[in-house]
Design a protein around this ligand. Structure first.
Ligand code: AMP
Length: 405
């Protein structure tokens, strides 16, 4: 099914408002195909990868159904559970639920290893509407009696193939044994080899099957380029890129908070209006920086991945990856911040010798090679060794969908 606007989907007004705020104009193919069936309460088997808009495909109808039912979550229980393999994905998915559910009053939490458990335990005690979790920490909370899955209404298994690659099958089976038989289950995987198909069979009842044809995903609408550059030349290169008058509203990503501050200092020194947002900045300072960026008072906003959640600024002309992210999904989410609302966006990535592996993993995930631009186009970056430039790389596509697109 192809739909030309979100209005054609029976999503509640607060969700439509959130989508307008984010600048989403029309559903992606996976959204158009999945949302109506999920709203009807059907199980779903989705063959889709990151970059197709699959998170919203399940998050929007789940939020709609949970808020429409107006049931309060039982203490130590959650109404919806999204199981995902990595901490980064958990943060991204929870961030999406937050973005889409901002005008609803539902309780959302994420659970993954490596963070203090106190706040998670307290939140579980009151009951949750949506829990986004990685399997290990979730089982830990359950085995210690802080959480039960006995009143679960919706179960989502995201990136099932990656879950199995990471050895999570026994954990998934243990969790499935704790979930009520009567529930709605949604199963997503980028590939569908036999082991995944068997797992899907054991979870889903008479599912609607959705597979997305590559093309016309949010990522593919973005003009992507990579510039090979030595680490020490990134600063000069950013200065050169920003000389282009087309770079009107620019979001720059760095891997660390420290680097974000350093880039801002350098830009300000060269008279570019720039501010940073990251986890060490108090909320009011972040809000002020966002407001300045939105109004155009600040031309460049420098952010880390986590702080970039909730940047719902329209008209971002360029996203610049000053550092490439080590999690390929973060790349998709970063560049998804430009090119929204039908406008063409540009995403420029700086890649040094150490980041080549990150680039390869990104290209494998998005199943396309990012076109290489010669950084000499941006002036004479003399210290750039020639072998750093535009080395041709064959695209390596490791994650082909098994259900034919
Ligand atoms: P996902 O495949 O869920 O990881 O989403 C990939 C990117 O597409 C994210 O940055 C989303 O914010 C963005 N996105 C999802 N749905 C839409 C839409 N309908 N219109 C524009 N951007 C979208």
């Amino acid at each position: 099914m192809s739909l030309s606007s979100f209005d054609q989907l029976a999503l509640s007004a607060p969700l439509q408002r959130a989508l307008r705020g984010l600048g989403y104009q029309r559903p992606t193919p996976v959204q158009a195909a999945s949302i109506p069936s999920i709203l009807e309460g059907r199980d779903l088997l989705g063959c889709a990868q990151t970059g197709t808009g699959k998170t919203a495909a399940f998050a929007l109808p789940i939020l709609h159904r949970l808020s429409a039912a107006k049931r309060r979550p039982a203490p130590r229980n959650t109404r919806a559970l999204v199981l995902t393999p990595t901490r980064e994905l958990a943060m991204q998915i929870a961030g999406s639920f937050q973005d889409y559910g901002r005008h609803l009053s539902l309780k959302l939490m994420m659970v993954f290893g490596g963070v203090s458990q106190g706040p998670q335990i307290r939140a579980c005690a009151q009951g949750l509407d949506v829990l986004v979790a990685t399997p290990g920490r979730l089982l830990d909370l359950i085995s210690r009696g802080y959480l039960r899955l006995s009143s679960l209404e919706v179960f989502v298994l995201d990136e099932a193939d990656r879950m199995l690659d990471m050895g999570f099958l026994p954990d998934i089976k243990r969790l499935l044994a704790l979930i009520p038989q009567r529930r709605q289950s949604l199963f997503f995987s980028a590939t569908m080899p036999p082991a995944i198909a068997r797992l899907a069979d054991s979870i889903l009842v008479n599912p609607v099957k959705v597979q997305v044809t590559p093309g016309a995903t949010p990522v593919e609408r973005i003009d992507q380029r990579v510039l090979f550059v030595a680490q020490g030349d990134k600063r000069a290169l950013l200065g050169e890129v920003l000389k282009d008058s087309q770079t009107e509203r620019v979001l720059v990503f760095t891997r660390t908070k420290h680097a974000a501050d350093r880039v801002v200092r350098q830009l300000v020194r060269s008279q570019v209006k720039a501010e940073a947002i990251h986890g060490d900045k108090p909320q009011n300072v972040r809000q002020a920086a966002l407001a300045n960026f939105r109004s155009g008072r600040t031309r460049v906003l420098v952010a880390t991945d986590i702080a970039s959640r909730g940047i719902d600024v329209e008209g971002i002309t360029h996203v610049i990856n000053y550092d490439l992210p080590n999690e390929p999904e973060s790349y998709v989410h970063r560049i998804g911040r430009t090119g929204r609302a039908g406008a063409d966006g540009v995403a420029i990535s700086f890649c040094d010798a150490q980041e080549r592996t990150y680039l390869r993993n990104i290209e494998r995930l998005i199943r396309q090679a990012v076109p290489v631009q010669d950084s000499r186009a941006y002036g004479d970056l003399a210290s750039l060794p020639p072998r750093e430039l535009a080395a041709p790389r064959p695209p390596r596509h490791g994650r082909r969908p098994m259900i034919a697109a």
